[in-house]
Design a protein around this ligand. Sequence first.
Ligand code: NAD
Length: 282
Amino acid sequence: MPVIKGAQVAEAMGEEIIKRAEALKNNGIEPCLAIIRVGEDGSQLSYQKGAVKRMDKNGIACRICAFDEGISQADFEKEFSKINNDSTVHGILILQPLPKSLSIEPIKAMINPLKDVDAISPMNMYKILANDKTGFAPCTAEGVIEILDWMGMDLTGKKCKVIGRSMIVGKPLALLLLARNATVTVCHTRTKELAKEASEADILIAAAGSAKMVKADFVKEGMTVIDVGINVDENGKLCGDVDFENVEPIVENITPVPGGTGAVTTSVLAKHVVKAAEMLNN
Ligand code: NAD
């Protein structure tokens, strides 16, 4: 059954992003993303690497702002403020989670909503709720919509089931699907008869962070399955939330892990930086 590769979607998205980045540069504005990292977490470094590569491919500058794990909350906020007020920075991505000694909460209130390209500010959360297109949605959640759009899928009236209810993926994704007139169900750890519930979907999105939990009995013929999960399996190999080997032969469309949603997430990030640069200079 068709395996939807994220790289194809990212490539298609790149065409417009590159054009918009070029137009900004022709007006003397170099779109720039600041990536804020505290410490040396392996998965954050790997996400950073992917993001830097994607920005480069799309003609966007990247500034890495790395801080020592021992930085105090006060110093972190002071440094954050400098980046937030720097007019040459258009988008800010904070790699999460921060070390336990730091709180992200004051940062959520401080960040300029126009630079908040991964939607951590209350303003952008509200704009998702209100379907206000001047805001930003979290890149991974919007990436799922990009994939479905690329597939030419009309979501009107479709039964979309999202497994996961986090602030960064599950909840905003449910709202984005709703804005496309889908009939949305959000499933979570307390959902009863999860496999049965999931199997009634037209489009199933797994964002639980639980390796290979979506088994053959969660799916049916004709279904589209988008796997957002990034996990490590029992052999130390990267895998998604979907038991790909057993699910792929049944369903109509499926995204793999690795090679699926990740590339689209960083493309949405690039798109958001360009949109931020346009809005900040209008
Ligand atoms: P999270 O841990 O904050 O939230 C997971 C959610 O899934 C929770 O709401 C929980 O109730 C639900 N859940 C967990 N196990 C479940 C189970 N067995 N049955 C039903 N529901 C269950 O995680 P998150 O930040 O939302 O991320 C989810 C996954 O997506 C993770 O694997 C993460 O690594 C991945 N992720 C991928 C990208 C990307 O670019 N592809 C970006 C962000 C997160």
